[in-house]
Ligand binder design. Structure first.
Ligand code: 5AD
Ligand code: SF4
Length: 415
């Protein structure tokens, strides 16, 4: 098989899906209707992969466009399943979850990407059972990937010209590899990745406030190429909500992590996830989320309305009783406050200098390039003679709540 540039040229269409909120799933159903039109014109095989496959097997099979349904742990069987569809003309399903599968020995072909920044999956699944969250049900048990295959993948990417790797897991702080030589933690893995090359940037997400250790913060401080950005989802500022969400930390513990990060990594960017209108949330508890946002002053945030997910503990035991209009109003208040804080956080950078890794040409203006600071802030600057993959030092001259506008760029070399 090879990749095609457009749907019209494709013989097989595979949709990779997310189930985290209901609107993600609705978008996929919209897409399947579109593929059905394509299917009426010519023979084409349509497969749904990922979390929705695990969550909605039957409903997907009922859709006239769908020939194949494969859950997150079934991708090794894709060639075989596609072969069966061709030879037996029957639809194929495999949504079994595994306790072991990490795809450790499968190194993705990244040659079709722009080739500067890459994502590496270091673990799969999640055992945290936050009461609102469907991930443990569709991704299965938490398991860590063999660290030597992670390092091998990162080294291969570096040799291909990649200059940034992003280590991914639902809760990277609980990464653990047990072997006869002893246990290897996330802090160890981070160190090993950072040692590959001084001009390979290392990022990671997601950290969990209940597990994030001082050691990880110290490792970040001791390697200049580990980017100074921590994504630390808080979800709510109310202890009653945090407990009802089964997050296993309270506001005090969360603030303790923030103070620790600010003490050891004063320049670090801190971002978060927030849920508005979780079951039985009162106006006062919503106010506590807003006051926590004021207290921390996050650089940016992903903000959501609570969306009830079938099968979760919350859906079984807690009524989804905050009216939609109230959820929307609370979310809008949260977004408005965060926009003000993001703008203020970015304004502090005006006049400061940063080293960025050039990632591409700005979508708005071809004469401009963009890249990110170590703290993950997007910078836009005049293209000059710079190219993708260069490290460039520049000065911030202006900003919006989402972007830094920069000038006085010059190339920097790593020796
Ligand atoms: N409703 C709304 N937001 C959710 N998230 C996870 N589950 C839900 C849900 N049922 C959010 C959390 C998490 C992010 C990835 O998605 O904030 O950190
Ligand atoms: Fe979901 Fe909680 Fe696991 Fe994150 S830590 S994936 S919110 S269950």
């Amino acid at each position: 098989y090879e990749n095609s540039a457009s749907i019209e040229d494709a013989g097989i269409i595979l949709v990779n899906t997310c189930s985290i909120r209901e609107n993600a799933e609705q978008r996929v159903f919209g897409r399947l209707d579109r593929f059905l039109q394509e299917k009426k014109r010519r023979p084409v095989t349509v497969g749904v992969l990922g979390c929705m496959a695990a969550h909605l097997k039957e409903k997907l099979l009922e859709h006239p466009a769908v020939d194949l349904v494969a859950g997150p742990d079934s991708y090794r069987r894709l060639p075989q399943m596609l072969g069966m569809i061709d030879s037996a003309h029957s639809s194929q399903v495999d949504v079994l979850l595994s306790k072991e599968e990490t795809y450790a020995d499968i190194i993705p072909e990244k040659s079709i990407c722009d080739g500067i920044t890459a994502f590496i999956s270091i673990m799969r699944g999640c055992d945290n059972m936050c009461t609102y969250c469907i991930v443990p049900y569709v991704r299965g048990r938490e398991r860590s990937r063999d660290p030597y295959t992670i390092i091998e993948e990162a080294k291969k990417l570096y040799l291909k010209g990649f200059r940034e790797v992003n280590l991914l897991g639902q809760n990277v702080d609980s990464y653990l590899w047990k072997s006869s030589d002893g246990n290897l933690t996330f802090a160890d893995l981070l160190k090993m990745t950072a040692q590959i090359a001084p001009d390979l940037r290392v990022r990671f997400s997601t950290s969990h406030p209940k597990d994030m250790s001082d050691e990880v913060i110290s490792v970040m401080a001791s390697f200049p190429n580990i980017c100074k950005h921590i994504h630390l989802p808080v979800q709510s500022g109310s202890d009653r909500m945090l407990s009802k969400m089964n997050r296993k930390y309270d506001r005090e513990r969360y603030m303790d992590r923030i103070y620790k990060i600010r003490e050891i990594l004063p320049e670090a960017t801190i971002t978060t996830d927030i849920i508005a209108g979780f079951c039985s949330e009162t106006e006062e508890e919503h106010g506590m989320t807003m006051s926590l946002m004021e207290e921390v002053r996050f650089d940016s945030a992903f903000m959501f309305q609570y969306s009830e997910r079938p099968g979760t503990l919350a859906s079984r035991h807690f009524p989804d009783d905050v009216p939609p209009a109230v959820k929307t109003r609370r979310l809008n208040e949260i977004i408005e406050l965060q926009n003000e804080i993001s703008l203020e956080r970015n304004r502090r950078h005006i006049g400061q200098s940063f080293v960025i890794l050039v990632e591409g040409t700005s979508k708005r203006n071809k004469a401009e390039l963009y890249g990110r600071t170590s703290g993950n802030k997007v910078c836009i600057f005049p293209a000059g003679d710079f190219k993708v993959g260069d490290y460039v030092e520049l000065t911030v001259t202006g900003c919006t709540s989402a972007t830094l506008m920069c000038a006085n760029a010059h190339k920097v070399n790593h020796d």
